[in-house]
Design a protein around this ligand. Structure first.
Ligand SMILES: [Zn+2]
Length: 177
């Protein structure tokens, strides 16, 4: 009996180390200096570069919130870039899940992230935070407060629109459960 056991052990040494060595090879650490979290979120290094950083969720959100990826691109270029990103990402469930344009956990659309940015919020802001930021900003530029101020009126509209985008997204999420 002990002989059979031994032959399994020695005959198939890969049974033992397989899982652990494989895991070690595929786990990639966050590219943010000093961070020990797994780097699961690809983020473009530069607008015209296919190269990617790989960050943990927290650092990907931080990176995305500080850098306007579309800076310096005209509207058409930005659009084709967005489409290209989507195509590139669709091959990997992970990359699609952690798309650069969304939040760290992939639950935010590109529009939502833009709307959040307009309200001065990061992608991980919850809806209560959104409401507070929206109210505070809307008060500042409300037509009653700044009558005849065209710039303020325009900003007021943009803030309303941003809030509407986020409110509808929140409702969609609630319906989905
Ligand atoms: Zn990190």
């Amino acid at each position: 009996m002990s002989r059979a056991k031994r032959s399994i052990d020695w005959g198939f040494p890969r049974w033992r180390g397989y899982g652990s060595s494989r895991e070690a090879a595929t786990v990639r650490l966050c590219d943010r200096h000093g961070c020990e979290e797994p780097g699961k979120c690809p983020a473009p290094k530069a607008p015209n570069s296919p190269e990617r950083w790989y960050f943990c969720e927290k650092h990907a959100a931080e990176y995305n919130s500080r850098w306007n990826y579309f800076e310096g691109l005209d509207a058409a270029e930005a659009k084709s870039r967005a489409q290209q990103e989507q195509r590139d990402n669709s091959g990997y469930s992970e990359a699609a899940h952690y798309g650069w344009a969304g939040s760290g956990d992939g639950s935010r659309s590109q529009d939502e992230v833009r709307a959040l940015d307009l309200l001065g919020l990061t992608p991980d802001a919850d809806f209560d935070t959104v409401k507070k930021a929206w109210r505070a900003k809307a008060k500042e530029v409300h037509p009653d407060v700044k009558p005849g101020d065209k710039a303020a009126a325009k900003e007021f509209q943009a803030i309303q629109l941003a809030y509407e985008v986020l409110r509808m997204a929140e409702e969609r999420r609630e319906w989905k459960g």
